[in-house]
Write a protein that binds this ligand. Structure first.
Ligand code: ZN
Length: 171
């Protein structure tokens, strides 16, 4: 039996198969044996005790739909760069190093928000300076937006298990 199996990450889907949260195997098994969830993807490993041999879950699905409040994703330099997939939003550079650019410059009233911050390479950031993109004939590759819940699991928590991919629309 695997050590530390309790801490293995398990993806929890809502009743409608929408990814909800990531929890640990111990909590997921409590959900399953409390008849609150079913196992939809198993790990290749088992948890054995004297009495039972239980497959370790990889993905579980709640049996009843829950209205979950949307999780807050922290606005940070790291998360802006992750949201923009390590790509300069002006020139498409993927090598970096990257900075975070205020689309509407700070001193012109641009706020610190998901909608006003983008990943930019050093040279684009220097070129743009304290101006608006259109003033220097620079264009954003896409409109910056607040990342959604799915993004959080895909990019911030990460995908520790390939069995999660179909449920995260990554297949
Ligand atoms: Zn650039």
């Amino acid at each position: 039996m695997e050590k530390n199996w309790q801490n293995r990450q398990v993806l929890v889907l809502n009743q409608n198969y929408e990814p909800l949260i990531v929890t640990n195997a111990k909590k997921a098994i409590i959900l399953v044996y409390g008849e609150k969830a079913e196992i939809v993807e198993k790990n290749e490993r088992f948890i054995c005790s004297i009495y039972v041999k239980i497959p370790l879950p990889s993905v579980v699905r709640l049996l009843r739909y829950i209205h979950a409040p949307k999780k807050h994703i922290m606005l940070s330099r790291r998360n802006i760069i992750k949201r923009d997939q390590h790509t300069c939003q002006y020139c498409g550079d993927t090598k970096g190093p990257f900075t975070v650019d205020h689309v509407i410059p700070k001193h012109r009233g641009g706020p610190d928000t998901w909608e006003n911050l983008v990943c930019a390479c050093v040279s684009c950031n220097m070129r743009k300076g304290n101006r608006l993109p259109e003033e220097v004939n620079m264009h954003l590759m896409k409109l910056p937006r607040r990342p959604n819940h799915l993004f959080q699991i895909q990019h911030i928590i990460g995908i520790p298990d390939v069995r999660w991919k179909p449920y995260l629309f990554l297949d």
